[in-house]
Design a protein around this ligand. Sequence first.
Ligand SMILES: [Fe+2]
Ligand SMILES: [Fe+2]
Length: 141
Amino acid sequence: MNRDLAGCSSIIETGVPRIDQQHRRIFELAATFADGGDQIRMMKSLAILCDHVKTHFREEEEMMAACGFPGLAMHRQQHGECRRMLVDLLANAMHLSLDQIADEVKRLINGWIHSHILTADLEYAAYLKALRGGEPGAAAA
Ligand SMILES: [Fe+2]
Ligand SMILES: [Fe+2]
C-alpha cells in the first residue's frame, strides 16, 4: 500500500495552523485512493476530495486578501488551474479505471499541490510572518 501521500504533509508545514490542518486532510484523503475499492466508492472519495480542495483554496485566498498579500492574483490563478484539473478528473472519472483514477489523484495531490505548497503557499507564510514580525499562525489561525 502506498501511504506516501499522507506522510509527505509533515515536511511541508507552513506554520499557519488552519492551512496546515487543511493540507493534512487533503493528503489523508488522497492517500485513501491507494487502497483501491469499487468505482462508486472512488467517485464518492473523489467528490469529497474535490470539495476539500475547493474549500481550502477559497479559504486560503480569503486569508491572503485579508492581509493584503501582494501575490494573491498569481496565487488565485494557480488555484484556478488546479481546480480545473480536478473538475476535469471528476467529470472523466467514470471512464477511467480505478488505477488510472488513483494515478491521477497522486499526480494532482502528491505532485501539483505538493509543489504548490512548497513554493506558493510557503511564500504566503513567509509574507505573513514578516508582516506580523513573528509566528505566521498567530495572525491567521
Ligand atoms: Fe495555495
Ligand atoms: Fe494550500
